[in-house]
Design a protein around this ligand. Structure first.
Ligand SMILES: [Zn+2]
Length: 278
C-alpha cells in the first residue's frame, strides 16, 4: 500500500468523516439505539476530532449502540433525526446549522432527544438562543493547556459515577461567559487554585446536565486534546454521558435553580429514584 493509501485507510479506521460527505438517512430499526455524532466546524477546528469520533465509536460498540458520524447539516431534518436517541455535538465550532435545521433539532429535543456537547460545543451557535440554553453556557476563553484538578460534585450520575472526587487531568480549561449553575445541574467544577489563568472564580463549573424542554442535555468542557480520547476516566465520563443522554442510564439532573456551590452547603446525595426510559 502506498503512503497516501495507507494514510487514507488509517483515516477511515479512526472514523474521521469526510467533511464533504453527504449524510445518508439511517433506516429506523426496532430495538436499535442509535446516536448521531456531529463534528461540523465553521471556526476553529480541533485536530482531535478523528480521535474523538473513534472514541465514541468504541464507546458505542461497547454499549450496543449504533453510531453515525457526519459533518453534513442536512442530517438535521425531522425524518433524518427520528432514528436517533442522542445527538453529540463533538468539537463543533461556529454557526453549524441553518434556520430549518435548527428548527428540526429543536423539535427533536422537545420530543425527548438527548444532547451531549463536548468542549467547543459551547463555542458553537452563539446566535441561537435555544442552543445557548441547551448548552448551558457559551465559551469565553481559555489559558494554555495545563494540568488542573477537577472536583466531582455529583458522583451518582452515570457520567461521573466512576470518577474520583478529586480528578487531576490535563486539558484546555474553558472559561464561560456566565456561570451556568442557576440553570443546570453541575456535575463537576475545576479548581482554579490548581492552574493558572482561570477567570470564573471559586465556583467554576466544568461539566453539567439538565432536563431541558422535554429532552436531556449534558455538557463537558473537557476533550480538547487528542490524549483525552485514550484517557480511561475521560472515556468513562463520556460513555456515561452518552448512555444517560440516550436514555439507557437514569441520572438525576434536576433541582435546577435551587442549587448552591458545594463549598457553601453540606452535600446532600441526589435522589436515586428515577423513571428509566427505554
Ligand atoms: Zn480546544
Amino acid at each position: 500500500m502506498n503512503p497516501v493509501a495507507a494514510f487514507a485507510a488509517a483515516a477511515l479506521m479512526v472514523g474521521s468523516p469526510d467533511p464533504a460527505a453527504r449524510f445518508t438517512a439511517r433506516p429506523v430499526q426496532a430495538g436499535e439505539t442509535a446516536v448521531l455524532v456531529f463534528t461540523r466546524t465553521t471556526g476553529f477546528r480541533h485536530d482531535s476530532i478523528p480521535d474523538a469520533i473513534a472514541a465514541v465509536r468504541r464507546i458505542a460498540s461497547e454499549n450496543g449502540l449504533a453510531v453515525d458520524a457526519t459533518e453534513d447539516p442536512s442530517a438535521f431534518t425531522d425524518s433524518n433525526l427520528a432514528p436517533y436517541r442522542a445527538v453529540l455535538f463533538l468539537l463543533t465550532t461556529g454557526d453549524v446549522l441553518g434556520d430549518e435545521e435548527q428548527a428540526a433539532f429543536e423539535r427533536w429535543i422537545r420530543a425527548g432527544g438527548g444532547w451531549v456537547g463536548v468542549h467547543s460545543a459551547s463555542d458553537t451557535e452563539y446566535d441561537w438562543p435555544f442552543y445557548g440554553e441547551l448548552a448551558g453556557a457559551y465559551f469565553a476563553g481559555h489559558p494554555e493547556i495545563q494540568p488542573a484538578t477537577v472536583h466531582v460534585e455529583d458522583r451518582a450520575h452515570p457520567s461521573t459515577s466512576v470518577l474520583p472526587e478529586a480528578w487531576p487531568r490535563t486539558d484546555e480549561w474553558y472559561d464561560f461567559r456566565a456561570n451556568p449553575r442557576r440553570s443546570v445541574h453541575v456535575l463537576a467544577t475545576v479548581d482554579e487554585g490548581t492552574y493558572s489563568g482561570g477567570s470564573m472564580g471559586p465556583d467554576h463549573p466544568i461539566a453539567w446536565c439538565q432536563e431541558f424542554a422535554g429532552g436531556r442535555a449534558f455538557y463537558t468542557a473537557g476533550g480538547h486534546t487528542r490524549e483525552s480520547y485514550v484517557e480511561p476516566l475521560f472515556l468513562a465520563h463520556l460513555a456515561g454521558a452518552i448512555r444517560w443522554a440516550a436514555g439507557l442510564a437514569p441520572g438525576y439532573c434536576g433541582n435546577v435553580g435551587r442549587e448552591t456551590p458545594r463549598r457553601s452547603l453540606p452535600r446532600r446525595p441526589p435522589p436515586r429514584v428515577m423513571t428509566p426510559r427505554n
